[in-house]
Design a binder for this molecule. Structure first.
Ligand code: AR6
Length: 172
């Protein structure tokens, strides 16, 4: 039985088996947490991403996940998932649920015992933060038997939303 930990800070410092990246479908890096993870991991991560099979330049469709090693990060793996772009996605809720679930499934199949997530789609993809927290934490509660789960929130308002949502979901 693991635990859910809600932390404020930089996910690249997480001491876990797998760090989840909020990537885009091309999986060649980007801004936000994706940029931070690639900078901290170094060029080996980008080289590994380039080896992931692509269809028309798309390595990871929205809601799916892919796994690579983690370069200079202390984690064993980076799990790259792609959340929905809230304003243009036809099924944003379903896709955000899938992004979390598929990340957990990949971590399970690679025998990970601890996993760290950023707030997927909560930056430039503009998913409303309260609903995103509710989705992230509900999926995490389904997998907490298998992992220690760490959410790294980068700013105080989102950190507070995750803490408050977690209290609401776990208070009977
Ligand atoms: N550690 C933890 N969280 C972080 C960090 C960090 N080092 N840096 C930023 N965040 P975003 P998205 C937070 O935009 O919305 C990229 O360009 C950030 O404050 O990184 O899923 C990709 O390549 C926000 O709360 O991801 C894609 O093109 C959260 O991480 C696109 O952005 C997610 O913000 C994905 O957009």
């Amino acid at each position: 039985m693991g635990q859910i930990h809600i932390l404020k800070g930089d996910i690249t410092t997480a001491q876990v088996d797998a760090i989840v990246n909020a990537a885009n479908s091309r999986m060649l890096g980007g801004g936000g947490v994706d940029g931070a993870i690639h900078r901290a991991a170094g060029p080996k991560l980008l080289a590994e991403c380039k080896n992931v099979p692509s269809v028309n330049g798309q390595r990871c469709p929205t809601g799916e996940a892919r796994i690579t090693s983690a370069g200079n990060l202390s984690a064993s793996y980076v799990i790259h998932t792609v959340g929905p772009i809230y304003n243009i996605d036809k099924a944003p809720r379903e896709h955000l649920i899938n992004a979390y679930e598929n990340s957990f499934k990949l971590a399970l199949s690679h025998a990970c015992q601890s996993i760290a997530f950023p707030a997927i789609s909560c930056g430039v993809y503009m998913y409303p933060h309260h609903e995103a927290a509710e989705i992230a934490l509900n999926v995490a509660l389904e997998y907490v038997n298998h992992f220690d789960i760490y959410f790294y929130l980068f700013d105080e308002p989102l950190f507070n939303i995750f803490k408050q949502t977690y209290r609401q979901l776990t208070t009977i």
